[in-house]
Design a binder for this molecule. Structure first.
Ligand SMILES: Cc1cc2nc3c(=O)[nH]c(=O)nc-3n(C[C@H](O)[C@H](O)[C@H](O)COP(=O)(O)OP(=O)(O)OC[C@H]3O[C@@H](n4cnc5c(N)ncnc54)[C@H](O)[C@@H]3O)c2cc1C
Length: 242
């Protein structure tokens, strides 16, 4: 399936800083077929000597014509991410293939309550779902539990602060909580997901995304809380490439 998707030329149109280490990149991709919130793409870089490297990145925004929006965290010593976040300038080109993934998606026709659980850059596809809900005027109630190191690591900080009726956001800080935070810094717990999520009886669709360890811990906690396994969808941001 993936092998049949064509690589398309993608021209960088705009760069926005999300944090000191993360950038949102908006590409123009002629011929882009559109996508669903939650899907991802493969990005391929080609050096002058023909060497190529490719990595997966989630789509950060709903479909918008030929625009493809990604948010990339700089992995120190990484091969691809430091190039995307620190070297590329508007006008530069890469290749993009996609959209990829048919399970970790949210469709605006969905009426069930939704619980989004994101760790670090795992917020990216969840933000696409939040934006798709807003774009389509969906009434599905959403709750986001966003685990991150400290307040400075927050992606989409201003947008998530704005009122969005039907969306509740809870922040969990793992290293440094700001003054007045409702809980001390620490990893996600049962109480966090019980308070920030939906009771299991509400039959919510749960989407969990982030580093592999975070995703496994959070999905286990959701099972312990009684959420049905078939309603828990996960996406692991482990190393990719090849
Ligand atoms: C489906 C999917 C969607 C993804 N979406 C996003 C996204 O929206 N935004 C984003 O920033 N990243 C995302 N990633 C991760 C991304 O694909 C790359 O793995 C990441 O950018 C690192 O690539 P690199 O070439 O810079 O580092 P590499 O050269 O691949 O690795 C350098 C070092 O960092 C380690 N490393 C690599 N990747 C990670 C990682 N993700 N976490 C911790 N250590 C790592 C490696 O083991 C290695 O030691 C996604 C991954 C998957 C599988």
């Amino acid at each position: 399936m993936r092998g049949r998707l064509p690589w398309r030329a993608a021209r960088l149109r705009e760069v926005r800083a999300e944090t000191a280490t993360a950038r949102t990149l908006v590409f123009e991709v002629p011929g882009w077929p559109g996508h669903l919130a939650g899907q991802h793409v493969d990005v391929r870089l080609t050096a002058e000597d023909g060497y190529t490297a490719q990595r997966s990145y989630s789509l950060a925004a709903p479909p918008d014509g030929e625009l493809v929006t990604l948010t990339v965290e700089t992995v120190p010593d990484g091969e691809v991410s430091p190039y995307l976040t620190g070297v590329m300038e508007p006008g530069d080109q890469v290749e993009i293939r996609g959209p990829v993934g048919g399970w970790f998606v949210w469709r605006p026709a969905g009426k069930a309550p939704v619980l989004l659980v994101g760790g670090g850059s795992g917020i990216v596809p969840l933000m696409a779902m939040i934006r798709e809900r807003r774009r389509t005027g969906s009434r599905a109630p959403f709750r986001l539990v966003y685990s991150l190191r400290d307040p400075e690591s927050r992606y989409y900080a201003e947008e998530l602060r704005r009122p969005d009726p039907g969306l509740d956001v809870a922040y969990l800080y793992t290293r440094a909580a700001p003054d007045g935070a409702s809980r001390p810094a620490g990893r996600v717990t049962l109480a966090d997901l019980a308070e920030g999520g939906w009771p299991a009886g509400f039959e919510a669709d749960c989407y969990v995304c982030g580093p592999t360890g975070f995703v496994e811990a959070a999905a286990d906690l959701l099972l312990t809380l009684g959420h049905a396994p078939e309603r828990i969808r996960t996406e692991r941001f482990g190393p990719t490439g090849g």
